[in-house]
Design a protein around this ligand. Structure first.
Ligand SMILES: Cc1ncc(COP(=O)(O)O)c(C=O)c1O
Length: 438
């Protein structure tokens, strides 16, 4: 029988192994020891894996015949330590709220390398983006064009913008993760793009750089990207008639991560390289004198595999002939994905990482909802009260979506590297839970 570790190659962070005690080791650190010293639930990020994925995306675009930029989509996980690493690795940044923008400012992220997204940015957020001098605002709707231009005028700023286009592409992913289908709240539908272009051109405070599309998340096939790129270039050709020189194209992010051994392999950087080739080819075919600047926006595929969640097993409850529920001290408030859209994971016992699986169990969260089940079925060595359960591929869209449901403090976060660990986020305290109450 293959050990759990071999079984999880490409799902665990790079270089994960088991030590002589049979404990799972990530970034040279024993995860059972980390759980003991920092408490649980604990999110552990392997710095080497984050850096390797960020570099792989940069490298994937090196063959593009024009300028290229990898913008890390901060919505996957946004924290100062992480944004500093992204900057060090030469990535730019996609933010989607004043909070993410503020975090980027605190991290010292170069504002001209920030793109500001959102389908309903507030006036305050637009003013903040202008004040900080972000490089691009990705404009989503006609109202926003007027609101942004008025504020740019008042601030004496000429703001670079891209138009977010809804390319009418239905990606093969969960319906809640599709963002580029015909029926979506995001962006301008193709028939509205001409009007949007005219509205931008009418405002001297705005500089139209190009077009953006994002078709969804957890996408494992190249075809929807091909369709979106084709649509973007068709629109670029169309708006050239209005005198617009499309200097920048962004086909967004969405590259899949692999969550379970039964999932198909996922290679985001390889897909991004393919997207870059399609953009170069489309630009030639549509008669562009030179390829436009290319920006891509991976979030999940940069950080998902680098993160691993550690929980402590509480009760083990067998409903004879039905199911065994293994309850852990976290759940839907730190990982809403299984409850929100049926996301599926695997797990292993951090203290018996290579032990053979004996039993099929469900991993239940601690929150007061029947839907708070992290994993419906996973095979494990028979789990015991007090053991540490590890859920890999927890680096994206967990903590960034976390809540204080049931008024449970959110987990601590540590970063591991070369055998040492550092706390980057304290476990919330009960007082912190009440800090905003008046
Ligand atoms: C505009 C935009 N860009 C990039 C992303 C990142 O997607 P992913 O994390 O799947 O790469 C998202 C996520 O929804 C998005 O809305």
């Amino acid at each position: 029988m293959t050990s759990s570790i071999e079984h999880l190659a490409g799902i665990l962070p790079d270089g994960a192994t088991a030590n002589a005690a049979g404990h799972l080791v990530v970034g040279g650190c024993d995860l059972v020891a980390l759980a003991e010293s920092y408490g649980t639930p604990l999110y552990v990020y392997d710095e080497a894996t984050v850096r390797a994925r960020a570099r792989a995306f940069r490298d994937a675009l090196r063959g593009y015949p024009g300028r290229s930029t990898v913008c890390y989509a901060a919505k996957a996980y946004c924290a100062p330590w992480l944004l500093r690493i992204m900057a060090e690795e030469g990535l730019a940044l996609d933010v989607v709220s004043g909070g993410e923008l503020h975090t980027a400012a605190v991290a010292g992220f170069a504002p001209e390398r920030i793109s500001f997204h959102g389908n309903n940015k507030t006036d305050d957020e637009l003013e903040m983006a202008l004040r900080l001098r972000v490089g691009r605002v990705i404009v989503d709707n006609v109202e926003e064009i007027g609101r942004l231009a008025d504020r740019a005028d008042a601030a004496g700023v000429r703001q670079g913008v891209l138009l977010r286009v809804n390319p009418g592409v239905t990606a093969q992913t969960h319906a809640y993760l599709q963002t580029g289908a015909v029926d979506t709240k995001f962006g301008f539908s193709p028939d509205a793009v001409g009007g949007a272009v005219k509205a931008v051109l009418a405002r001297a405070a705005l500089v139209l750089w190009g077009l953006h599309a994002h078709i969804g998340s957890q996408i494992g096939e190249i075809e929807p990207y091909a369709a979106a790129v084709e649509r973007l270039f068709a629109l670029a050709q169309e708006i050239a008639k209005l005198g617009v020189d499309v200097r920048e194209i962004s086909p967004g992010g969405g590259y899949a991560a692999r969550y379970r051994p039964s999932d198909p392999p996922a290679d985001g950087p390889a897909m991004a390289g393919e997207v870059a080739r399609m953009v170069a080819e489309s630009s030639r075919r549509h008669g562009f004198a030179r390829p436009p600047d290319l920006a891509i926006e991976p979030g999940r595929a940069v950080v998902a595999t680098a993160g691993i969640a550690l929980y402590r097993v509480g009760s083990v409850k067998e409903i004879r002939g039905v199911r065994t529920y293994v309850a852990v001290d976290g759940g839907m408030a730190d990982n809403i994905r299984p409850t929100a859209y049926g996301a599926e994971y695997t797990a292993l016992l951090a203290g018996r990482a290579a032990a053979p699986a004996e039993q099929s169990v469900a991993i239940a969260g601690r929150y007061c909802e029947s839907g708070d089940v992290l994993i419906r079925e996973v095979r494990l060595p028979r789990p015991r009260h007090g053991e540490i359960l590890a859920i890999p591929v927890s680096g994206a869209y967990h903590l960034s979506m976390a809540s204080n449901y049931n008024l449970v403090p959110r987990p601590a976060v540590v970063v591991v590297r070369d055998g040492s660990s550092r706390l980057v986020r304290r476990r919330e305290t009960y007082d912190a839970l009440l800090s905003a109450e008046v």
